[in-house]
Design a binder for this molecule. Structure first.
Ligand SMILES: Cc1cc2nc3c(=O)[nH]c(=O)nc-3n(C[C@H](O)[C@H](O)[C@H](O)COP(=O)(O)O)c2cc1C
Ligand SMILES: Nc1ncnc2c1ncn2[C@@H]1O[C@H](COP(=O)(O)OP(=O)(O)OP(=O)(O)O)[C@@H](O)[C@H]1O
Length: 143
């Protein structure tokens, strides 16, 4: 049987940390679906610069990704109910609480494991593995 994994995030300016996350998530199963966050749901940091459709297209073009889909605006568990994944792969620093997700999955009768992916450290001293830090660098150098 096909083992389906989902990953999720904003992916505003894509960097090698994202590639690492999605490759490790893909290795947890046979098919990787990525839910791209809607701007309205990115409320714990600055809103993304790029529109959701653009962010989805870039992520969908990565080799590790079978399909990238736009997240639901109102209920983040709707795509999960539709995709019925075997694994939800959380990013190393994703603010979501694994236990809270697990109890919501149980409440909705979805049988799915929640795992966390490792973080990628910079390979060189000038590598920038954070969208926020890339934007900071742009402002510093071009602002
Ligand atoms: C299991 C799961 C499902 C999610 N589904 C959606 C969704 O359907 N729509 C959405 O806008 N955000 C969804 N999100 C939230 C975002 O993907 C994301 O975590 C957050 O808003 C963006 O922050 P981040 O890039 O720092 O993770 C989901 C998150 C998790 C953990
Ligand atoms: N260096 C990294 N190593 C592994 N995973 C990463 C790394 N950076 C981001 N990710 C993961 O990619 C997913 C999407 O990340 P997100 O779009 O929030 O980018 P970000 O660079 O972390 O953003 P910001 O720096 O603006 O908070 C998250 O689950 C996050 O954990």
């Amino acid at each position: 049987m096909t083992r389906t994994v989902i990953a999720q995030g904003t992916f505003d300016i894509v960097h090698p940390g994202h590639v690492h996350y999605l490759e490790e998530a893909a290795a947890m199963g046979d098919e990787l679906y990525v839910i791209v966050a809607r701007r309205s749901n990115v409320d714990h940091k600055e809103a993304p610069i790029c529109p959701a459709t653009q962010r989805r297209e870039v992520i969908g073009g990565l080799e590790a990704v079978d399909e990238a889909i736009l997240g639901h605006e109102a209920d983040i568990f709707v795509p999960i109910e539709e995709l019925e994944p075997d694994v939800i792969a959380l990013g190393h620093d994703q603010h979501h609480d694994a236990e809270a997700i697990e109890s919501e999955l149980e409440r909705r009768g979805i049988d799915c494991e929640v795992r966390r992916v490792s973080g990628r450290e910079p390979a060189t001293e000038d590598e920038i593995l954070s969208t926020r830090l890339i934007i900071d660098r742009i402002l510093e150098r071009r602002g």
